[in-house]
Design a protein around this ligand. Structure first.
Ligand code: AMP
Length: 380
């Protein structure tokens, strides 16, 4: 799936590309066409899934056809539970909105700071990202009106309810016009979220994105202490001695991915590299080859790994450690899916031991370490 298949216009596609969004995340692939078609959406997805762009991009595209709103009448309202999320979501809108053929003014507002600057900034705003309490205060002080809102987004609805915003939310809903598009995103579904869903959404399209990493308990992990110079031979030794047929290897740079794949091929192991400098076609093909068994090893970078879903992938090997524990968890989570056990092997240089310790702490799993100095890697 590519962004251009989702019905987004050329300027938005160009901006997504400039942001390093190479291909759509599952939530984006599912939600963008539905939102562009004007339908209500119930999205069950976590933060980190790419959900912000899944509503921000189509909303901005819909704005490209809209006449400018009356001053101080916002037309898209995004309700969020916290100041942090307000800023984050506002940033995504701003990143894209200012550089579009029809620029759209977006603003984030939240409590805990003076209201006066926010009232002044409201001039010309069309998309408002707000926490419920501050939004009501701004309406009361006549800084702007909600009577022209035609898109409502509730982001992290479950958190908003858990934080006790129910009454504020109801007051806000009463200020909105009847006819509008409603998009509700929540990490979980519960009784309260269901009540809001039934009250707000009309024939919603339900989009449920499974947890990116399903269950770390199904992943058997081993760490190998190894020097940089012996990583290549150790990799080939493991693949050959354990007769691995389907392996996803992670490196931290495009250059390294190419190099590792090249060396594997030179040593008679069918391998390809998968990274952002490869065309979309080449990437899709590489994945297909790994799935069908035409190649045995795919060497990928983190960016390219997003959205990789290979059913029952048995092996993941971290040739290099990623900087972020999140990326590590995402990498190893390509195996051990859908109830099928998997193995994750991680190469660790001695100097990286403290960093690997941090990663283990974050994922709340201890990884058994193996010394490899004594391994005879001659001939690999
Ligand atoms: P969110 O779940 O909206 O908080 O997004 C999580 C992170 O994913 C953000 O840092 C985004 O910049 C990033 N992101 C969103 N969509 C994509 C994509 N299609 N490709 C790469 N990164 C993305």
């Amino acid at each position: 799936m590519t962004f251009s298949e989702l019905g987004l216009s050329a300027p938005i596609l160009a901006l997504a590309k400039a942001q390093g969004y190479e291909s759509p995340r599952p939530i984006q692939a599912a939600a963008i066409p539905v939102i562009l078609a004007g339908k209500d959406v119930l999205g069950i997805a976590q933060t980190g899934s790419g959900k912000t762009a899944s509503f921000a991009l189509p909303i901005l595209q819909l704005f490209q056809q809209k006449p400018p709103a009356k001053n101080r009448h916002i037309t898209a309202l995004v309700l969020v539970p916290t100041r942090e999320l307000a800023m984050q979501v506002g940033e995504v809108f701003q990143l894209f909105s200012e550089r579009l053929p029809r620029p759209v003014k977006c603003l984030s507002v939240f409590g805990g700071v003076s209201i006066n600057p926010q009232m002044i900034q409201m001039q010309g705003v069309e998309i408002l990202v707000a926490t419920p309490g501050r939004l009501l205060a701004l309406v009361e002080s006549k800084a702007m009106s909600l009577s022209e809102v035609d898109v409502l987004v509730l982001d992290e609805a479950d958190k908003m309810l858990n934080m006790g915003f129910r009454d504020e939310m109801n007051s806000i809903f009463r200020l909105l016009p009847e006819k509008r598009q409603n998009l509700l995103f929540s990490a979980t579904l519960g009784k309260e979220v269901n009540t809001i869903t039934e009250m707000l959404l009309h024939d919603p399209i339900k989009i449920e994105i499974a947890q990116e990493v399903e269950n770390l308990d199904l992943i058997h992990q081993t760490g190998y202490f190894v020097t940089e110079a012996r990583k290549g031979p150790l990799l080939r030794y493991l693949i050959k001695s354990q007769n691995m047929q389907q392996v996803l290897v992670f490196t931290s740079s495009i250059h390294k991915a190419d190099l590792v794949a090249h060396k594997l091929k030179k040593n008679g192991i069918q391998a390809l590299a998968l990274h952002s400098e490869k065309s979309q076609g080449a990437r899709t093909e590489a994945l297909r080859y790994l799935k069908s068994g035409e190649i045995n090893v795919l060497v990928a970078t983190d960016l390219a790994s997003r959205g990789i879903d290979i059913p029952a992938l048995p092996f993941v090997i971290n040739y290099e450690l990623p900087r972020s524990p999140k990326d590590f968890i995402h990498r190893i989570g390509r195996t051990g899916r859908a109830g099928v056990e998997g193995r994750a092997i991680t190469f660790v240089e001695k100097a990286e031991e403290p960093h690997f310790y941090v990663i283990q702490k974050k994922m709340k799993k201890r990884v058994e370490m193996v010394e490899t100095d004594e391994f005879d890697l001659q001939g690999y």
